[in-house]
Design a protein around this ligand. Structure first.
Ligand SMILES: *Cc1c(COP(=O)(O)O)cnc(C)c1O
Length: 370
């Protein structure tokens, strides 16, 4: 059996930057709490994406949860959320006792359809909107921002998968009121697990740090006037993050070249299409997804790849089709559903060699008799 080709795995720097930052934490016994790496990681990430403030947290999910609290989402409130996404975009809405209303995607971006969003605003009065930049592709933010402004509703960007992606020159995650990134093991950079909350308001960011460290009031005797969470990132994880940030641009370059090679390598097969690269975006192409329409289904392709020890994955199953969320409303048509049925993610591991990628391409072509 040939060596396994992975979908997307952790990729530490050749220079071992991550180990240097972690070693420094060991040398100073700054294993916990917080410390220099946490402060450094927040500053360096904020600078990279061009935003004023960042709070390092234990996961992207925790960051979404605290972004909802920052947007003052409370029990009974409605939150609009893109349906085609990972469940972690939605679960924190439920943690807050709020109700999601799911919004369809469009074929242009695979992300939130501004037309469906406009329709949803005619039906409901939400407290916040969560837009996702799936697989590193940017949503069309201008009409979404305009709608949120018109209705005076907070916009949260789930940029868990899109660190390094820009929309009209600005980093995804910095365009709405609040943004979040994830450093889970399969994301474009990883801290072994972690997330970041970003925004331009110092006071909101301070509040997020406060909630994430058990909401301890200024008092020696552990006084609490709000419910707290244990959501802060550790100084060790942040050290890994600082090292990874130094190679983020390299990872983006590699992921983009993987996407371009798939597109070129499979261009002869008319049944296969790739998402648009819209003129407004520079995508990090975290994963290379494609659509296939015809007799060869995504399942057939994924099974054939697996036979060759190659890991692919279906697209996210839309949230409005999930058993746990079936009671909640959905606004739109069948775009998210169609993308789910016809789509799959090709292995997009930044450690993959060109020869390995060619193997993937040849296996897929063979299914089409080429
Ligand atoms: C990974 C991911 C998250 C959650 O991030 P974690 O760090 O794993 O909690 C949220 N939303 C999307 C779209 C993701 O892909």
């Amino acid at each position: 059996m040939e060596k396994r080709i992975l979908l997307s795995s952790p990729h530490m720097s050749d220079e071992k930057f991550e180990e240097q930052f972690v070693q420094e934490a060991f040398d100073t016994n700054w294993i916990a709490p917080l410390g220099k790496n946490v402060d450094g990681f927040e500053k360096e990430l904020a600078q990279y994406v061009g935003i004023d403030h960042a709070a390092a947290l234990s996961s992207g999910t925790a960051a979404i949860h605290l972004a909802l609290k920052a947007a003052d989402v409370k029990a009974g409130d409605i939150v609009f959320c893109q349906s085609l996404t990972f469940s972690a975009s939605v679960n924190p809405i439920i943690y807050q006792g709020a109700k999601p209303v799911f919004i369809d995607s469009d074929y242009d971006t695979w992300n939130m359809d501004p037309k469906a969003l406009a329709k949803a605003f005619e039906l409901y009065t939400p407290k916040a909107v969560i837009v996702v930049h799936l697989y590193g592709q940017s949503a069309d933010m201008d009409p979404i921002i305009a709608l949120c402004k018109k209705y005076n509703v907070s916009l949260i960007e789930d940029a868990a998968e899109s660190l390094g992606t820009t929309y009209k020159g600005k980093h995804t995650g910095t365009l709405g009121d609040y943004g979040i990134y994830s450093f889970n093991g399969n994301k474009i950079i990883t801290t072994s697990g972690g997330g970041m909350f970003v925004c331009n308001e110092a006071e909101r960011t301070e509040k997020v740090r406060f909630w994430s460290t058990q909401s301890r009031d200024q008092a020696a005797h552990y006084q609490h006037s709000e419910i707290g969470y244990n959501y802060r990132m550790s100084n060790i994880s942040a050290g890994i993050g600082r090292g990874q940030l130094k190679v983020l641009d390299d990872r983006v370059t590699k992921k983009r070249s993987i996407f371009a090679r798939y597109k070129a390598g499979l261009s002869d097969i008319s049944e296969i299409t790739f998402p648009n690269e819209n003129e407004w975006e520079f995508s990090n192409h975290w994963l290379s997804p494609m659509l296939v329409r015809g007799k060869v289904t995504p399942t057939i392709i994924l099974e054939e790849l697996e036979k060759h020890n190659i890991e692919g994955r279906p697209l996210w199953k839309p949230m409005h089709l999930q058993p746990i969320f079936e009671e909640f409303d959905f606004v739109g048509d069948k775009v998210a559903e169609d993308l789910f049925e016809k789509g799959l993610c090709l292995p997009s591991d930044s450690k993959m060699s060109e020869a390995e990628q060619d193997r993937v391409i040849e296996i897929i072509k063979s299914l089409f008799g080429e």
